[in-house]
Write a protein that binds this ligand. Structure first.
Ligand code: ADP
Ligand code: NI
Length: 218
């Protein structure tokens, strides 16, 4: 049986190789941040750390958005890799279940799998969508899509359809109301709730400053 440290190291190398041409929202740095968030949460939450860390590393290796909506491709590639690494079958299946079930899209629908490990990695991923990093990622995405940063004539949508939340051409500021400001209350673990509260306040103060500058105030 291969030791935990070694399997993590080899997974890091595998993921870095897989993501070397990835778009900036889901590149290796996103993975590294989610992995760090995972380790931070694990300091105060009880769970199978190996499953959590491996899932954090492998959760975005093949986004269904870029594979004709194939939601199985990520878990499949992760599973094949971990099998090759000699990880036990039970843990491999657990990692696959989490990857399959943790996307925001999946969480809007009927998720039929739950575990402490899923809660932790999902929180770690969501934490990377809020706070200063979340703001940077949102504008990076908006810029990539050539969106307006803000338009006072286009109010944010209140109710989002399961599939429709990212198919809009709305300005990037709307995304804060449609997703980013909702994430704090979606955190699963007490640890992530605490971290999210801090990052949420930062986004609120960013928005306040944004509107005052927009309106020609100091
Ligand atoms: P995830 O992989 O967590 O499901 P997405 O692929 O939806 O996230 O988004 C990746 C990043 O791009 C996130 O930081 C998210 O906030 C941002 N993003 C997604 N959709 C939009 C949008 N319509 N406007 C601005 N940012 C967006
Ligand atoms: Ni992610």
């Amino acid at each position: 049986m291969i030791d935990d440290e070694k399997i993590i190291q080899q997974t890091v190398a595998f993921v870095q190789e897989k993501l070397k041409n990835a778009e900036a929202g889901h590149d290796w740095w996103h993975i590294q941040r989610v992995w760090n968030n995972t380790k931070l949460i694990l300091e105060t939450e009880e769970a199978d750390a190996l499953v959590c860390e491996l899932t954090a590393l492998l959760h975005d290796i093949a986004d269904s958005k870029f594979h004709q909506g194939d939601e199985e491709i990520g878990p499949r590639i992760a599973g094949e890799f971990l099998q090759h690494m000699g990880l036990d079958k039970e843990r491999i299946e657990h990692v696959q279940q989490i990857i399959f079930n943790m996307s925001y899209k999946a969480s809007l629908g009927q998720v039929d799998f739950h575990s402490k490990e899923l809660e932790i990695v999902q929180d770690a991923d969501r934490l990377d969508a809020i706070g200063a990093i979340g703001i940077a990622r949102a504008f990076q995405y908006g810029g990539f899509k050539n969106r307006e940063i803000y338009n006072p004539g286009i109010p944010p949508q209140q109710k989002l359809s399961k599939e429709g939340y990212k198919n809009t051409t709305a300005p990037t500021l709307n995304h804060f109301y449609e997703k980013l400001l909702l994430l704090r209350d979606k955190m699963n673990t007490a640890t992530a709730k605490q971290i999210a509260a801090h990052r949420h306040l930062f986004m609120e103060s960013f928005l306040q400053q944004f509107y005052s500058e927009w309106n020609g105030e100091s």
